[in-house]
Design a protein around this ligand. Structure first.
Ligand code: AMP
Length: 539
C-alpha cells in the first residue's frame, strides 16, 4: 500500500474543494456571522501567510486564547498546515498556570480574543518568548492594551496572500497541536497531538457506531475549543464537509436552545453541566429541537436521570462518551449493541449511562490488585489505554515516566467492565475535582490551607453537585490553640487571593481528625463518604 502522509492539509483542502458551499455559522461579540467553507479556507490560507510574515516557522508554537468562533477555526487549520503547532490555551486556568504553559510551550505568537486581553495583561510581562499578539476582534480599532506588539487579525488577513500554498514536506508524525491538562498538583502537563493522531481520531468520530459525524450533520461543539480541541469535532467537521455552528463567548442555555432551533443543529457536544442547564431551559420554555439526532456528553459522568429526561421528555437522543486530553479525546462511547436494543427501557438506560465500549482502533486493559480484572461489572481496576491517537508522553515533563509506563496510558480512572465490555467509571486515583468540566486540584487547596497558622491538617474532597457535578469541600483539623478562635470565613478569605474564584471550597468543615491509610495518607474515599453521610447533613 502507498504511504501517503496522514496530514491535516488534506482535511482543509477537502472542505475547500468538495464543500465550498457548506456553512460555518459563528457567533461573536457582535452577533451571528455566516461563512462558506470556501471563505473559511481562503481566510485560513491568508492566516497561514500572515503567520509566516510574523516570523512563525516550522515547529514553532502558536497559542490561542479564544472562544469557539470562525477565527479560532481558521487558526485550527492555518497553524498546523503551515507546519507550526496549534497550542490551545485553557482560559479558565489561573493566571500563573497560563504563564507557565505559554512559557513551557515557548509560544512565539498568541492569537487572543479581545475580552481575554485583561487576563493576558496580568501575565504578559513574564512571557519572554512571545513576539506578537494578534487580536481576534470584530471591531475596526484595536482595543486599548498595555501589551505589545499587538496586531489586528483582520488587518493581517487583508494584507495576506489568499493563494498561500501549504508546505508539502509535513510528516504525519510532526506535531500539529498541543493542549495542557491539569495535574494532581503543580503545573499543568502538555499533550502534543500529531497530524496522524488528529487525522485518525477524526475518522473515528465519523464511524457509524461512534458519533457518526457526516456531511449531513449540522454540528454545534459547545465544549470549548481550548478543551481537548473541542473533542476533535471542528477537525472532523471541516474534513467531512459538516456544517459547523460555533457558539462564541458567554452563551446561556436560552441562547443554545435558540441556536439549535434556528440552525437546525443535528449533533452537539459538551459536558453535563451544559446539558443540565439546557434541560432546565427546555423544561421551562418552548423550543423545537427535533432536528437533534444526538447530544454527545462527556468530560464527567452523565447522570442517568438527565439522559432519561432528554430522551423521554424531549425525545432527544443522548450519547455518553469518555475520554481525556491525553486520548484526543474520544476513547469509549456508550452505543448499544443490536441485541441489547431488545432489553427493557430501564435496562437499556443502565447500560447507556455507563461510559461505554472502546472505540475501534484503540486497545485497553483494566488492571486491578491481582492483574487484569474480570469482565463481571464488579471488580475494579485502573483503565489503561493505547492506540494511534493516544499521547505517548507529556511534553518535556518527568511526570511522563509514571503515567505512560510500559507503553500504556494509565488514565487514573478506576473502572469496572461488564460481560459485554461496557466500561463504567467508579472512582479516580488522581486527586482532582471536576467542577463544570474543569479541574480543581484538591492537593493545591490542601497545601494552601495547611499553610495557614491555625491549620493542623486539611483534606479537600469532591461532593456531588446538581449543577457542577462536583464541588470541593474542605475538612480542616485546627491546631488546639485555635479551636473556636478561627472561622470558616477567615480561611476562605485566606484562600481567595491564591486561587480562581471557582476553586474556593463551597464549605469548610472543622473536624477532629482526618481518616488515614496505614501509611498515613488521607483516606479520601472514606472521607468523601463521611462528609456526604454525616458531616454535611449536620452542618
Ligand atoms: P480532561 O482531560 O480534562 O478531558 O479530563 C479527562 C478526565 O475526565 C478523565 O480521565 C475522567 O476522569 C473524566 N471523564 C471524562 N469523561 C467522563 C465520563 N463520561 N464520565 C466520567 N468521567 C469522565
Amino acid at each position: 500500500m502507498m504511504q501517503t502522509p496522514l496530514t491535516m492539509t488534506h482535511m482543509i483542502e477537502r472542505a475547500e474543494k468538495y464543500f465550498p458551499k457548506k456553512q460555518v455559522v459563528s457567533r461573536t461579540s457582535s452577533g451571528i456571522n455566516r461563512f462558506t467553507y470556501k471563505q473559511i479556507a481562503e481566510r485560513t490560507r491568508r492566516l497561514a501567510d500572515a503567520l509566516v510574515k510574523l516570523g512563525v516557522t516550522k515547529g514553532d508554537r502558536v497559542g490561542t486564547l479564544a472562544w469557539n468562533h470562525h477565527r479560532h477555526l481558521e487558526a485550527y487549520f492555518a497553524i498546523p498546515c503551515m507546519g507550526a503547532v496549534l497550542h490551545t490555551i485553557n482560559i479558565r486556568l489561573a493566571p500563573q498556570h497560563i504563564s507557565y504553559i505559554i512559557n513551557h510551550a515557548e509560544d512565539k505568537v498568541l492569537l487572543v480574543d479581545p475580552d481575554i486581553l485583561p487576563l493576558l495583561e496580568k501575565c504578559a510581562h513574564e512571557l519572554p518568548n512571545v513576539k506578537a499578539y494578534v487580536i481576534m476582534t470584530d471591531e475596526k480599532e484595536l482595543p486599548k492594551t498595555k501589551i505589545s506588539p499587538v496586531y489586528h487579525y483582520e488587518d493581517l488577513l487583508a494584507e495576506a496572500n489568499p493563494a498561500y500554498q501549504y508546505p508539502n514536506d509535513i510528516d504525519e508524525n510532526d506535531p500539529a497541536g498541543m493542549c495542557y491538562t491539569s495535574a494532581t498538583t503543580g503545573n499543568p502537563k502538555g499533550v502534543v497531538y500529531s497530524h496522524r493522531g488528529i487525522y485518525l481520531h477524526s475518522m473515528a468520530l465519523g464511524l457509524a457506531d461512534t458519533a457518526a459525524l457526516s456531511e449531513k450533520d449540522i454540528a454545534l461543539p459547545v465544549v470549548p475549543m481550548f478543551h481537548a480541541n473541542a473533542w476533535g469535532m471542528p477537525f472532523a467537521a471541516v474534513w467531512f464537509g459538516t456544517s459547523l455552528i460555533l457558539p462564541g463567548p458567554y452563551f446561556t442555555p436560552k441562547l443554545l436552545a435558540e441556536l439549535i432551533e434556528q440552525e437546525k443543529v443535528t449533533i452537539t457536544a459538551g459536558v453535563p453541566t451544559i446539558w443540565l442547564g439546557l434541560l432546565k431551559e427546555l423544561d421551562e420554555g418552548s423550543y423545537d429541537l427535533s432536528s437533534l439526532r444526538g447530544v454527545l456528553c462527556g468530560g464527567s459522568a452523565a447522570p442517568k436521570g438527565m439522559i432519561k429526561a432528554y430522551e423521554q421528555r424531549h425525545k432527544i437522543p443522548f450519547m455518553h462518551a469518555y475520554g481525556m486530553t491525553e486520548t484526543s479525546p474520544l476513547a469509549v462511547i456508550s452505543t448499544l449493541k443490536s441485541y441489547q436494543e431488545e432489553l427493557d427501557p430501564e435496562e437499556k438506560l443502565n447500560i447507556r449511562a455507563k461510559q461505554g465500549t472502546l472505540v475501534p482502533g484503540l486497545e485497553m486493559k483494566i488492571v486491578g490488585k491481582n492483574g487484569e480484572v474480570a469482565w463481571d461489572g464488579r471488580e475494579m481496576g485502573e483503565l489503561c489505554i493505547r492506540g494511534p491517537w493516544i499521547a505517548s508522553e507529556y511534553y518535556q515533563d518527568e511526570r511522563t515516566l509514571d503515567a505512560f509506563r510500559d507503553g500504556w496510558l494509565h488514565t487514573g480512572d478506576v473502572v469496572t467492565i461488564d460481560e459485554e465490555g461496557f466500561v463504567k467509571i467508579v472512582d479516580r486515583t488522581k486527586d482532582l475535582i471536576k467542577s463544570g468540566g474543569e479541574w480543581i486540584s484538591s492537593v493545591d487547596l490542601e497545601n494552601a490551607l495547611m499553610a495557614h497558622e491555625s491549620v493542623f491538617e486539611a483534606a479537600v474532597v469532591a461532593v456531588p453537585h446538581e449543577r457542577w457535578q462536583e464541588r470541593p469541600v474542605a475538612c480542616v483539623v485546627l491546631k488546639d490553640a485555635f479551636i473556636g478562635k478561627i472561622t470558616k470565613d477567615e480561611l476562605v478569605e485566606f484562600l481567595k487571593p491564591q486561587f480562581a474564584k471557582w476553586w474556593i471550597p463551597d464549605d469548610i468543615l472543622f473536624v477532629s481528625e482526618i481518616p488515614k491509610t496505614s501509611v498515613g495518607k488521607f483516606l479520601k474515599m472514606a472521607l468523601r463518604e463521611q462528609v456526604q453521610k454525616d458531616i454535611l447533613p449536620k452542618n
